[in-house]
Write a protein that binds this ligand. Sequence first.
Ligand SMILES: [Zn+2]
Ligand SMILES: [Zn+2]
Length: 344
Amino acid sequence: MARQYHPDVNKAEDAETKFKEVKEAYDVLSDDGKRATYDQYGHVDPNQGFGGGGQGDFNGFGDIFDMFFGGGGGRRDPNAPQRGNDLQYTMTIEFKEAVFGKETEITIPRTESCDTCHGSGAKAGTKPETCSVCKGSGQQEVVQNTPFGRMVNRRACSNCSGTGKIIKEKCGTCHGAGKVKRQRKLNVRIPAGVDDGAQIRLSGEGESGLRGGPSGDLYIVIRVKSHEFFEREGDDIYCEVPLTFAQAALGDEIEIPTLTEKVKLKIPAGTQTGTYFRLKGKGVPRLRGYGQGDQHVKVTVVTPTNLTDEQKDLLRQLAGVSGGQTQEHHESIFDKMKKAFRGD
Ligand SMILES: [Zn+2]
Ligand SMILES: [Zn+2]
């Protein structure tokens, strides 16, 4: 709900109010003392301060986000293994690369465990020591006396920043962090038939885990560039080719470019503009399973412009003699148009 109502995301007028309510609910539920109070007395005003100032003004959203989504201050064991973050990489590829697949090398910046100290953050030959303040738990208990009785607040240990460990001599490579930023080269195989928006998961290629935790995953999001001539819908390819009036009327055999080669397509005499022809199996290979989609060819009859006088004469003759013959064929269209004019 915090995500849903976060004012950066949700522009609704009441989003901020709702977000504050969510935050309050979270505060109450995550704090045993407040929860008990809430159960007893109901609403606790988050801006009023509670129990002598544990709760300051409501300022900023970032810190609350950290709280909700594991940025710290929680109660998890600071020594427990932690899974590395997932990473996302957007890759833009050419239209035909998506159709036929591609092998490529990418470079991704990611956080990896420091080789020098094996992730401990301590200088070679030394070890992190257990924090003497929190005895390694990473948490400090702060006892407060409130009108409702003694209240125990837990917070991240200030001595060790919640890690439970103190590093006296830091590793020179990672300066105590235990991890380093690195540019990692990876070979990626894009399968044939991949479409725009597809995601490829490379398991374990995300950021390194901490304290022996597993690495996160890398997600490659595919963006496919459009093509001048071909359009794609799923596994099918669409294209549009022009026909002259003579080709459409008399029929012809024309060459059509497909993804792989040129093929011949027979245009029957009397082909209407907008007719689709199907080239079976000339589409995109199916990503899952066998076979390929089809290529659909739409023919568009192009009306001639800049006719010579001779051509114009011939056309006039054609119109004169063809009236009776072509009328029959077009009757239905003309009838439909007449009806439309009448408002039917
Ligand atoms: Zn190191
Ligand atoms: Zn500590």
